[in-house]
Design a protein around this ligand. Structure first.
Ligand code: PLP
Length: 322
């Protein structure tokens, strides 16, 4: 059930969460499984990451790690940074977002518009713009650690901070359970920090241990599945870093689906044309994986996945060409 919000919200932070869940009955027509997509670009920063930004900052305030006027530093592919920029703007904190030059230009412009300072880290040798690799991420991590230390700042640390998982366990997962009246059978999701996957899987399995959770990985870097990593470069920005995230708990994962860049792009384009849902690469990967699972499911299985961010964040890429 959709919780009622008061007519005038105290701030934009009160508009985070409670996103719509939409059936993909055109895209999944004729399949035994039914697919529902949680439209996370309805959040104020147009991504799923607003949820963790709010929880990380408020947990840090409660723990005394962040005081009025303090500085927050984070490593980000853009979405967590944008969420943090929104939270920091409203609460009056300084934010330094450290990101790879490989991430799309829309992301950094939006961060700057929201008052964040952006530290851009050049990509590793041999990398391509629009393809952020494990090596790139290591360079960004090193810079974020340096900046945090130098400024004595609070590091949001989405890769290690359990508030990341808890945000999804307490909000995204609970909303999926309530919006499906507990009928969700399968959750499918890409893994970046693993916060979304772990939090949602935990919330759903706690309520019904029969719910299965499948992780989506770049086809050529299936590290969670234990497969050979052929190439760490791919276009699924924000996910698939070819590393086992520190927050990852394999006992909550029932299987793996490998998705190529081409599959993610094709499905993101079909999602726009056939369902009117304009989302990014990782959403294309999520829905491509949900369609694969939907083809092999028992009739009537309800498969839920997330539209992690908006297609507007990728207008400078080849996702939606002119
Ligand atoms: C577009 C996009 N998709 C997927 C993810 C992965 O989510 P998580 O970090 O919760 O695993 C992210 C994370 O930043 C993202 O920005």
């Amino acid at each position: 059930m959709k919780r009622q919000r008061p007519a005038i919200l105290p701030s934009i932070l009160d508009a985070i969460g409670q996103t719509p869940l939409v059936a993909l009955d055109r895209l999944a027509a004729g399949l035994p499984g039914r697919i529902a997509l949680k439209i996370e670009y309805f959040n104020p920063g147009f991504s799923i990451k607003d949820r963790i930004a709010l929880k990380i900052v408020e947990d840090a305030e409660r723990a005394g790690k962040l005081r009025p006027g303090g500085t927050v530093v984070e490593l980000t592919s853009g979405n967590t940074g944008t969420g943090l920029a929104i939270v920091c703007a409203v609460k009056g904190y300084r934010l330094i977002a450290v990101m790879s030059e490989g991430n799309s230009v829309e992301r950094r412009r939006m961060l700057r518009a929201l008052g964040a300072e952006v530290e851009l880290v050049p990509q590793a040798d041999g990398a391509h713009p629009g393809q952020v690799s494990k090596e790139d991420l290591e360079l960004v991590e090193r810079r974020a650690a340096e900046v945090t230390e130098r400024l004595g700042a609070f590091r949001a640390d989405q890769f290690h901070n359990v508030s990341n998982v808890e945000a999804h366990e307490l909000t995204t997962g609970v909303e999926i359970w309530e919006q499906t009246d507990g009928k969700v059978g399968v959750f499918v999701g890409t893994v970046g920090t693993a916060g979304t996957f772990m939090g949602v899987a935990r919330a759903l399995k706690k309520r019904n241990p029969a719910v299965r959770a499948f992780a989506v990985e770049p086809a050529r870097a299936p590290i969670l599945a234990g497969g050979p990593v052929v190439d760490t470069r791919h276009k699924i920005q924000g996910a698939g870093y070819a590393l086992i995230p520190p927050l990852w708990d394999p006992t909550l994962c029932d299987g793996y689906v490998g998705i190529s860049d081409e599959e993610a792009i094709e499905v993101a384009r079909r999602l726009a044309r056939e369902e009117g849902i304009f989302a990014g690469f990782s959403t294309g990967a999520n829905v491509a994986a949900a369609l694969k699972i939907g083809r092999e499911s028992e009739p009537g299985t309800l498969i839920v996945t997330t539209a992690n961010d908006s297609g507007l964040k990728y207008l400078s890429t080849d996702l939606f060409p002119e």
